[in-house]
Design a protein around this ligand. Sequence first.
Ligand code: UDP
Ligand code: MG
Length: 353
Amino acid sequence: MVRPCALEGAGKTIYKRFPQKYASGMDTKPSRKRPELSIVVPFFNEEANLPELYKQITETLTGKYDFEMIFVDDGSTDGGYEFLRKCHEADGRVQVIRFRRNFGQTAAMSAGFDFARGDVLIPLDADLQNDPADIPRMMDKLSEGYDIVSGWRKDRKDKAATRKLPSRIANWLIGRVTGVRLHDYGCTLKAYRREVLAETKLYGEMHRFIPALANWKGARITELAVNHRARTAGVSKYGLNRTVKVMLDLMTVRFLGSYSTKPIYVFGGLGMISMVLAFIFLVVAICQRIFGEKLHLNKNVLVTFTVLLVMMAIQFILMGLLAEIMVRTYHESQGRPTYVVRDRLGGPDDEGK
Ligand code: UDP
Ligand code: MG
């Protein structure tokens, strides 16, 4: 028996019937084989949007794809989880993961990816700003031979000063630093082939960098303009401080992308620069002692700089050596190779051993 799927006491009775309408008479059992598509929805206090979101996803995809929906409750304090519990009981394609507390959108998305079984994974905002109607077009684009289709909110319905402007600058900067130029890193709606997400661990605000991380592993990426709608219910969960976090994450991503297997090149390089500067300062100081104004070395500030720079150089190089040890521990203890293989012809059967 299909049960009503309304939010009790929230006056949302207009949705009372939709689980029956969309769930009954269709194949809503969780499929045993891998579904084609997993929709991953992280949400935090989006009670007012979830019923309409569920309705739109199922309306768009039922009959077209074999799909599952994974809702990740990122520590909400409203009735969203109860609503989804009822959806889950009525519709086997709905999975719900509930966090013990608010861990952030990236962690929630990461959990969704971990539990998803689909061949294609599509994250979506729960606030209805992304439009599920774009999903079939993204699937078509993927089938042209891409690994990632990145949504681009071409006509973005957000505040200009606190959202669109910082986002433009951030996108430009991320594009330059990572070498993967996308118009809209921040758009949650993206389609990923499962393989590109394997072994991609997400920290901080890093879900937006997945295209860049995947590109370093050789993924083929394209963009698709998607619909964007203004938020009509609930409140935005972010302020301007997200920009700062994104910038710091960008530094991390850049470092990990270019130098994670050879950190001594970065630290050693800085150490070398310090050494060279120290040497130049010392030579200048000696020249000043002998030829110029006969300045005593112990009164020359350049000598102080030399000492400082030599100490910094030693620190940098030691830090580089430590990082090298850590890289080896990381890769060797977990059996992670330092390369990514696309295909292999011939050779032993047991995966590269
Ligand atoms: N979100 C989340 N955990 C958080 C913050 C946000 O799961 O700690 C979800 C939120 O419910 C929404 C999505 O992430 O589904 C995007 O958040 P929001 O709409 O507040 O961001 P904006 O669109 O304003 O950039
Ligand atoms: Mg939003």
